[in-house]
Design a binder for this molecule. Structure first.
Ligand SMILES: O=C(O)C1=C[C@@H](OP(=O)(O)O)[C@@H](O)[C@H](O)C1
Ligand SMILES: C=C(OP(=O)(O)O)C(=O)O
Length: 439
């Protein structure tokens, strides 16, 4: 277990440069683990992310009777697929604060039936799951809330699935649809399963990741745009043999933004133009802000071309990387507006409120709306102690406030409780230190 201090003081950095090998994608890692567990055959997973979120998924699968082995000290795992089921029918599962674990597991376990409890850290019990539970109970699954209605903890029992047409709302999180899609083959033995999306769907690129990985595990989903998804009768997961986890595109955003703010070039390795992760489109925002971006098959590089330009854009498609834009906006030549980011309110913390509070500590003027944030940078950043709210992305994106942008000098930034980065990137601050120039 890595040791962290209670706080980290980041000294002003004049220039950043270098290359960073990214840890594996959280979204791909946790989906791949579950699909490998449900598949027929063994799957060799290469370069799985090592983090709190993947740890809870690995531990849950182990408790559910799925056998897996880590290859030595590497991040390569062999998962022995249980062939369309999870062998243990009664378990108490700790889900930490991993949305990518609790949502898909809830759907899979509810469809299989058994006696399961799923719970997590205090914040997990404040993150909504009602739309997913309603969709599953609506076809005859049996999920009860043991605390507040609409939120974990959950108690899952054996229901009676009477219908194979599900309806789900997608305006709070796309993970509910992802969860239903991944669980659908488990109830499609004789009849096709159709999932209908009611109303607006947010964070759409994450659904593309789900469909892509399901296809690699042998299940082809038939879609009607974004409104209905059908898993044909007889679909079942089969191991692709080996699967390599791309580097995490959301984690890439911090380094690319650093390159765009403070010289560069900074190159991230492990993700590139062929990525299946929507967060690679963060580079569009950086380009719009004036950064110089180049992409290869498996790398992306950013360098600054002078002061960053303010941006006004819709960030619904990249909610995680958009936090990085909010902090990069401190170095822009005017007021930036991030629109359509209402989902920030129900993630690791209320990210709109947290972001506004912490940006103000640095001297920015911030206007906060129900689903938007408007950031006007100060003449010069003020030294500040940044609270991180047990939110890995708060810790990671505020490290950027220590940089020396072309028009605003960097400042000393204290990051309180830096250990929260372990959710997706335990070595983040070492990697960040690695691109800080010594001059
Ligand atoms: O499916 C996924 O892997 C994710 C979907 C997104 O959540 P929402 O769909 O709740 O916005 C994202 O914020 C999260 O970090 C990962
Ligand atoms: C929202 C996030 O996580 P989760 O997968 O728990 O929803 C995130 O990583 O920014």
């Amino acid at each position: 277990m890595k040791k962290y201090p209670h706080y980290l003081d980041l000294q002003p950095a004049r220039r950043v440069q270098g290359a960073v090998r990214l840890p594996g994608s959280k979204s791909i890692s946790n989906r791949t683990l579950l699909l490998a567990a449900l598949a027929q055959g063994d799957t060799d997973i290469r370069e799985l992310l090592a983090s709190d979120d993947t740890h809870v998924m690995l531990m849950a699968l182990q408790k559910l009777g799925v056998r897996w082995e880590q290859k030595g000290a590497s991040q390569d795992y062999l998962v022995h697929g249980a062939g369309g089921t999870l062998p243990v029918h009664s378990a108490d599962l700790f889900m930490g604060n991993a949305g990518t674990a609790i949502r898909p597991l809830t759907a899979a376990l509810a469809v299989m039936g058994g006696d399961y409890t799923l719970h997590g850290v205090a914040r997990m019990h404040e993150r909504p799951i009602g739309d997913l539970v309603d969709a599953l109970n609506g076809i005859g699954c049996r999920i009860d809330y043991t605390g507040e209605p609409g939120f974990p903890p959950l108690h899952i029992q054996r229901g009676h699935i009477a219908d194979r047409r599900l309806k789900v709302r997608g305006n709070v999180s796309s993970q509910y649809l992802t969860a239903l899609l991944m669980a659908a083959p488990l109830m499609a033995k004789e009849q096709a399963v159709t999932i209908e999306v009611i109303g607006e769907l947010i964070s759409k690129p994450y659904i593309e990741i789900t469909l892509n990985l399901m296809q690699r595990f042998g299940v082809e989903v038939v879609r009607d745009g974004w409104s209905a998804f059908t898993v044909p009768a007889g679909s079942r997961y089969a191991s692709p043999g080996a699967i390599h986890v791309e580097g995490d595109a959301s984690s890439a955003s911090y380094f690319l933004a650093a390159g765009a703010i403070a010289g560069g070039p900074v190159r991230v390795e492990g993700v590139g133009r062929d990525s299946i992760q929507g967060d690679v489109r963060f580079v569009d925002a950086l380009r719009q802000m004036g950064a110089d971006i180049s992409l290869g098959d498996n790398w992306i590089e950013a360098r600054s071309t002078g002061a960053l330009k303010a941006i006004d854009a819709d960030f619904n498609h990249i909610p995680d990387a958009a936090m990085t834009v909010a902090v990069a906006a401190l170095y822009a030549d005017g007021t930036s507006t991030l629109r359509n980011i209402g989902s920030w309110r129900v993630k690791e913390t209320d990210r709109i409120a947290a972001m506004a509070t912490e940006l103000r500590k640095l001297g920015a003027a911030v206007e906060e709306g129900a689903d938007y944030l408007r950031v006007t940078p100060p003449e010069r950043l003020q030294p500040a102690a940044i609270d991180t709210y047990d939110d890995h992305r708060m810790a990671m994106c505020f490290s950027l406030a220590s940089l020396d942008g072309a028009i605003r000098a960097g400042t000393t930034v204290r990051i309180n409780d830096p250990k929260c980065v372990a959710k997706t990137f335990p070595d983040y601050f070492d990697a960040f230190a690695g691109i800080i120039g010594r001059s």
